[in-house]
Design a protein around this ligand. Structure first.
Ligand SMILES: [Fe+2]
Length: 329
């Protein structure tokens, strides 16, 4: 495999010892990197939040917040958690290594610093960061495309954001694992991305669609799944995209799945999608109140379309009804 060429990076070095700071800074600058030096934990956190940092080298023992504290803060913040962290320590105690790993550290360096070891570790972590950045760029392109499709229809403004939020809230209420909650957050934005293949005269038609137009519209979950399939990080999102228009009685599309054949995550997004569609104004009708919306959805549950338990959970979530989370038999 041909390795991508590493570009110059911005590296944060945090150490309360000026001699160490200068040494590390010089070694990294000699490799063409930009180095930001800080002398305590507070400055480190401020810098990480205000600058684009590609890698952090943190001394473990510093006044105030330790390297462990900073590492934990970096890894628990969605904005910074993909920044690789190397803990620099003179301590070789196994306990410190374990604590570092538990804080999410990606690697360790012992003092005194060995030049070759430092540069090898930095190179390896920057390569990883470069791959992560490329992956993030691909996700960003997909999200931008999805939002540009949403923007075509003024009546659906904010729909994707609301879907992401409500889907995640519902998933939390049902104690779904983190990976599926992340998938639902992403699916809220990209579920209709396949509409990019639907011509505008169909997409924005105010009246009912002809049978031929419906056939075109019904392809959007299939096209959406195809667009997102190359991204491995979207593997839990694909089923949601493909099946968000299925109905429990098998009358939905594109596969006519029935009941629990429809993945739970797709049923969650679908429940929230219907709710949001009914509570927002459309050219042909006014927005319904949440209470009226749930009455309509309950009728559709009786028709065999939606998952009764999910509609009830969403109702409890939105109206704060007295149904305890997971309290259903
Ligand atoms: Fe859709």
């Amino acid at each position: 495999m041909v390795e991508p060429e590493l570009t110059a990076a911005t590296i944060l070095v945090a150490d309360d010892n000026w001699a160490n700071l200068e040494l590390l800074s010089q070694l990294l600058q000699d490799q063409g990197h930009r180095v930001v030096c800080v002398v305590d934990g507070e400055q480190a956190i401020e810098t990480l939040l205000s600058e684009q940092i590609d890698l952090a080298l943190l001394d473990v023992v510093m006044p105030g917040r330790t390297g462990f504290d900073i590492c934990r803060a970096i890894k628990s913040n969605a904005e910074t958690r993909l920044i690789p962290v190397v803990l620099v320590t003179s301590l070789t105690d196994t306990g410190d290594r374990i604590q570092g790993i538990e804080c999410g550290a990606d690697d360790f360096l012992n003092k005194p610093i060995n030049r070759e070891e430092l540069l090898a570790r930095v190179r390896s972590l920057l390569r990883l960061k470069q791959f992560t950045d490329e992956l993030e760029s691909a996700e960003t392109v997909l999200f931008s495309l999805a939002l540009s499709i949403e923007a075509k229809d003024p009546y659906t403004e904010g729909h994707c954001d609301r879907l992401s939020k409500y889907s995640v809230d519902l998933a939390e209420r049902l104690s779904l694992p983190e990976a599926l909650r992340v998938a639902l957050r992403r699916a809220g934005t990209v579920h209709d991305i396949g509409k990019v293949a639907v011509p505008e005269h169909i997409l924005l038609k105010p009246g009912p669609l002809t049978p031929d137009e419906w056939e075109v519209m019904k392809q959007h979950p299939v096209v959406g799944e195809r667009i997102c399939r190359p991204l491995k990080s979207f593997r839990h999102v694909l089923a949601i995209i493909r099946h968000h228009h299925e109905k429990l009685d098998g009358s939905g599309y594109p596969d006519g799945l029935k009941g629990e054949q429809i993945p739970l995550t797709a049923r969650i997004l679908q429940t929230v999608d219907i709710y949001d569609a009914l509570t927002t104004s459309r050219p042909y009708r006014q927005a319904l109140s949440p209470k009226k919306t749930f009455a309509v959805m309950q009728e559709e549950v009786k028709r065999g379309w939606w998952d009764a338990s999910l509609v009830e959970e969403l109702e409890a979530l939105i109206l704060g009804a007295a149904i305890p989370a997971n309290g259903k038999s």
